[in-house]
Design a protein around this ligand. Sequence first.
Ligand SMILES: Cc1ncc(COP(=O)(O)O)c(C=O)c1O
Length: 425
Amino acid sequence: MKGKNLSNGHHCSPETLALGLGYDSSLSEGSIKSPIFLTSTFKFKSAEEGKRYFQLAYGLDPRKEGEENGLIYSRLNNPNLQIFEERIAAWNNTELASVFSSGMSAISTTCLALLVPGESIIATLPVYGGTYFLFTHILPKYGIKVHFVEAGSDAPTLIRKKIDEVGAVNVRLLYAETPGNPSNVLTDISAVAEISKELNKKKSERKTIVAIDNTFLGPIFQQPSKHGADITIYSATKFIGGHSDLIAGVVTGKADIIKEINVSRTILGTMATPFTGWLLIRSLETLAIRMRQQQANAKEIALLLSEHPVVNWVKYPGLLKDGSSQKTIFDKQCTGTGSLISFEVKGGEKQAFKVINSLQLFGLAVSLGGTESLVEHPMTMTHADVPPEELISIGITDGVIRLSIGIEYIEDLKQDLLNALKVIK
Ligand SMILES: Cc1ncc(COP(=O)(O)O)c(C=O)c1O
C-alpha cells in the first residue's frame, strides 16, 4: 500500500496504515513484510541519477511534480527509516517525521538544529533527567540558555513571566514534557502554543517554536500537533518500540522544521540504524493494542495504590478529580490515561527501597513503556542529576516510586504489589 486512501477515496486510520503505508512489496520480491535494508550505500543506475538525487537531497534544484528523493546513503535515508517515518507521522497527524538513534539524540539534534548562541529555551520542569543534563550542562556551553518554569496548570502564566524577564526576541523554543516524567503533571499545550503565536506576530524571522515531549502518552492518547505544537518529540525506546529491545527517538511535526532538523541529523549522524528502523516498523503494528492493554492494567494498579494505607499519594492521570485544573487540561488534550504511575510511600527512601527490592514481577530497571512492568526510584536513578531540592519542590521526594505497567495478567501484578507493600509496617 503506497498511499493513505483506498481506491474509493476512503481515508484509512493510522491503525491500518501502520501495517502497510510506505511499503511496496513488489520492490522486495513480494515479501509481505519489509526486509531489513542492511546497507550503508545505494547503487545509482547512472551518474545522471546520482547527480539528480544529490540535487534533491541538498535542495540544489527545484523538485519536479511528483519527484521523490532517491536513496543515497544510510546516514541520509534508508527504506526502513522512511517507512517508519511515514507511519509515525500518520499516527501523529503531522506532515513529516525523522527517526533518531535515541530520544536524547532526537532532543539534542533538534536543539542544535534550531537554536543559535544567544537564543534561549523556556522549558517546563520536571523533564527527563537526560534532557535536564542537556539543558543545564551542554547547551549553555554553546551559548544557548535554558530557563525553567514549573510544569502544570500555572505553566503558561509562568512562561509569560519568564519571557518578560528574558526578552521575547531571544526565545526560540518553548519546551514542555507533558505528562512530565516522573510526576505525570500536565501542561496545557494549546495555552503554550498561544504564547508562541503571540510572540510570532511580532517576529519576521527566528520564530518561536513549540516542542512537546510526548513520550508518556503519545501518539495513541495524545497528539500535540492537534493542539498547536510545532513539533512532537519521543523517546521511541519507550512505548513506540515497546519491547525494551531498542533505543530510538522521533521528532515529528511541520515539514519546514523537520527538514531543518534533518539537515543536522545527516551531518551529526544521529539517525537510527536500518535494523532499529525495522524493529520500529514491527513495533508500530501493535502500538495501539499494547498501549490500551497497559492502560487497562494501570488503571487497576493506580486504584489499588490510592486505597493502600502505606501510600501517601498516587500521581496518575486517571485519578484526577473532576473540576481540578489538571483534569480540565487532561480533558482538553488527552484521550487516555496511559500506564505510568508515581506514588509516595510512607518512610522515605529506606521504605521505598524495601518495597522496590521486594517486588518479584516488576523489573527493577529504568525506562518505561515496554510490555513488561518496571519499577524505579526517580530521585536516585532517572532524575539523579536534578538537585534534590528542585525535585522536592515539585513533589518528587525520596519516598517516590515510579511504575511502568506492562501487559501481564493484572491479578499477578496486583498480588506482587500488595505483597511488596507489606514490608512497610
Ligand atoms: C520523557 C523522556 N524523554 C526523553 C527520554 C530520552 O530517551 P532515550 O533514553 O531514548 O534517549 C526519556 C528516557 O527515559 C524520557 O523518559
